[in-house]
Design a protein around this ligand. Sequence first.
Ligand SMILES: O=C(O)C(=O)C[C@]1(C(=O)O)C=C[C@@H](O)C=C1
Length: 255
Amino acid sequence: LSLDTVRDFLTREEDAIVFSLIERARYPANAPAYGPAAAGDLGRLHGASFAEMFVRESEAVQAKAGRYQSLQEIPFFPFRVPFTLAPPYNFTAELHAAAASVNVNGAIWSTYFSQLLPLLAKNGDDGNYAATVASDLVCLQALSRRINYGRYVAEVKFIGDQQNYTTLIRKKDKDALMKLLTSEAQEDVVKRRVQKKAMVFGQNVTLDGPVETGNSNSSQTSFKVDPSLVYKLYDKWVIPLTKQVEVEYLLHRLD
Ligand SMILES: O=C(O)C(=O)C[C@]1(C(=O)O)C=C[C@@H](O)C=C1
């Protein structure tokens, strides 16, 4: 692990996140899939919404298939993952054991449903609930993988500057840790790049004419997901939550 390789991982995850948002934006809000019994009995199982039930059941299958054997993946409902049917694989232990399970999936879950989704999905109900929540699952998994990868970023930073980090960890000085791990220049690069990816990936591609660049004056290009929304997603949630993971990881790095 190096700062370059972990940043490469985060860069590649941007593609997964932007594509997953584009897919979710195909469907309208479809509120009955999320609400508490909004449409009678729809999907209500043990008091959960249809979306929650879908994520739980999907994670249970993926857990059996071994998805969470990799530390890069953390389920939203860990109590449903008791065993695996996968052939064993010895994933390299790149993280400090005591800090490896640090994650902010709870915050990702609530932010996704209460803040991001209302901005992403247009009003309406087309009844395609299963396809809709399947696309939510892909968004949630991509966001979770990216944000909780902050553990790996923090490990690299710790190894690269052990003395300073150790002092601050011993003092449990969260603010100073946050300051030490922050690179505003890098954050700016990331935010502008994801906005650009939303422009590039979210165009309609046709065989006639040049590829639309999004800056022609004559026709207002419409993107499949608003590039400024993707910028905002990173600015307000993805990067701050990643940094929260980094700080939490570091606080347990000497346990
Ligand atoms: O690339 C880093 O150095 C990170 O720590 C990741 C990240 C990000 O979330 O993109 C978070 C904090 C830094 O200020 C810059 C970027």
